[in-house]
Each structure stands twice: as C-alpha cells, then as structure tokens.
Design a protein around this ligand. Structure first.
Ligand code: AMP
Length: 292
C-alpha cells in the first residue's frame, strides 16, 4: 500500500509514465484507496482547439463504455482519427494474445469463448505492454475501448491518470444481439462490417429505429470472418456480464461528472453528426473530413 500511496503523490501527470505505473499499481494495490484528489474537469473543456489536445496542451484521454454490440470500436476508431490519438481496444489486445499462441493463449481463448472477463491482472498487463510500445513510438493520449470493465480497473486507471471524458454509448437492447450476430471482420485488412439490418417498429408498425447494414467493399467480401464469441449464447452471457461487472463503472464516472451518455439514434449516418454535436465538435473544420 505504501507503494501505491507514494505513486499517487503527486498523481501521475503525463501519458509517458502511465504504462509503467499502471503495471506497478495493478500488482500492488487493493482497490479502495486509490481515489484521492480526483480532478473533475468540466465537460466543456473538450470544446477546444486544436482538436486532440486538452486546455493544458495534453493529448486527450477518453474512454468508451457501452454494451457488447453497441459500436464502441466504430466510434472510438473515428474519434482516434479525428483527434490524432491512438485507439486502444483491450478486446483487440486479448485477441492478438490469443492468435500469438503464447503461454496465455489457450486460457484467454477459453475465457473469451465463454463470454467471461479476463482477470484484471492479465488485462492490465496487456494494456501496460501496449502503452509502453506506444510510448516508445512517441504516442500520446488515447481512446480506450473496452477498458475499464470492472470497478477495480476503473480505480486503478483513476489512480494513475486523469481521464478527460467517458462516452457511454447506448442502444436499444433488441438491436445489440442482432448487431453482434451480424458483425463481420475482414481477415486481411481487419475492417469491421455488419450484415444485420436493424428495423425496429412499434406495435402499430410505425418505424422506431433503422440501421442499415454496413456492407464490405468487394475486395473484402470473400475474406469475412466472424468472432468466435459472437454466437447467440455467448453474446447473451457477455450482456449479462456487462450488466453485472461493467454497469457499475458507468456510475463510477457519473459520480465524477465525467460521463457523457449518448443514445444512438440509428446507424453511423444519423449517429456520428449528433455525437459530434453533443461534444460541440460539429463546427470544427477537421470533423468534415472525419465524417467523409
Ligand atoms: P471486446 O472486443 O471488447 O468485446 O472484448 C472481447 C473479450 O475480451 C471480452 O469478452 C473479455 O473476455 C475480454 N476483455 C476485453 N477487455 C477486457 C477488460 N477490460 N477486462 C476483462 N476482460 C476483457
């Protein structure tokens, strides 16, 4: 605990030292004492120029929360391009570890294919390695997708750096399962597509929500694969695990006034401009090219 307290004073101010500190904290902490001196930055601070830097000139540090299938990866990747900070998906890190056939691979594959969460220690270790590799390349800032997923992960992250903003994406429950089952990935370029056509109507038949499929370009069409955990049984378990383990993380950030709740009104064409608008980013020049 002494190590934790020493590390937290002063709170780690830069991205540079985040990876190493994350690793130390995860191996030496119990969860409850990490939340001293929280910096509650008003959400209006995101309306700044240039994009990608906070008012102190530090690259932004954002988190995307939301149920499986909501589209965290899609929006995180768009903001990553727009803001010029890396998009770091812990799900991708886990899948890379599995395909590396390293010592953890089969254990991780079992956990993922059951729809359960990987242990906090393993996930923080993978994230620390990714951050270290990024630091070595001169990266700064990040958009985290799929992390934190437990209160302990949120507390550890909070202990090492100040997150600027947490975007909580929400979608009608009946669309989530269909979107997971419709997800397709190009095995060559990694492009994400979705063959599901979501067309929700009310009892009287009037349209409630429509999301067109996101079909692959011809050169990806013959190389599409599905994720092994995108089966109906596993997706239902992932949704249950989200409600049990990750929903409390929403409250964690809500109480720190960092949470932006965003109800997706439909597919990308309707949702992206509204999301930019809710962040006061819609008038910025750079958003026009990002929307293209
Ligand atoms: P995702 O691509 O975000 O749906 O993640 C795929 C799987 O990786 C999850 O179902 C978990 O098994 C694992 N995973 C990803 N991120 C985390 C995390 N932060 N904590 C624990 N397990 C995770």
């Amino acid at each position: 605990m002494a190590v934790v307290n020493r590390l937290l004073k002063p709170r780690v101010p830069t991205f540079y030292s985040l990876a190493g500190t994350l690793r130390i904290l995860s191996s030496s902490s119990s969860s409850s004492s990490l939340n001293s001196g929280i910096d509650i930055r008003p959400q209006s601070s995101i309306n700044r120029k240039p994009l990608g830097l906070d008012p102190q000139g530090r690259s932004v540090q954002w988190v995307f929360l939301g149920c499986p299938g909501v589209g965290k990866g899609t929006y995180a990747s768009r903001f990553s391009k727009l803001l010029g900070v890396p998009h770091i998906s812990t799900g991708d890190l886990v899948r890379e570890e599995i395909s590396s056939h390293g010592p953890l691979a089969s254990q991780l594959a079992d956990i993922v294919n059951q729809g359960k969460l990987v242990s906090d220690e393993i996930i923080i270790n993978l994230l620390s390695k990714r951050l270290e590799a990024g630091e070595a390349k001169g990266e700064s800032g990040f958009i985290l997708d799929g992390f934190p997923r437990t209160i302990r992960q949120a507390e550890i992250l909070d202990g090492v750096t100040d997150i600027d903003l947490v975007i909580n994406l929400k979608l009608r429950e009946e669309a989530l399962l269909a979107k997971c089952l419709g997800r397709r990935i190009c095995s060559e370029c990694g492009g994400n597509y979705n063959v599901a056509c979501i067309d929700i109507k009310s009892e009287d038949g009037s349209p409630v929500m429509y999301m067109a499929p996101l079909l692959p370009p011809p050169h990806c069409a013959s190389k599409l694969i599905t994720r092994s955990d995108d089966t109906e049984e596993v997706v239902k378990e992932r949704l249950r695990v989200y409600n049990e383990m990750t929903q409390p993380v929403e409250e964690f950030y809500r109480s720190r006034r960092k949470l932006l709740e965003f109800d997706l009104p439909g597919g990308i064409p309707e949702s992206w401009p509204k999301l930019l608008q809710s962040l006061n980013l819609d008038t910025h020049e750079d958003t026009k090219s990002a929307a293209a």
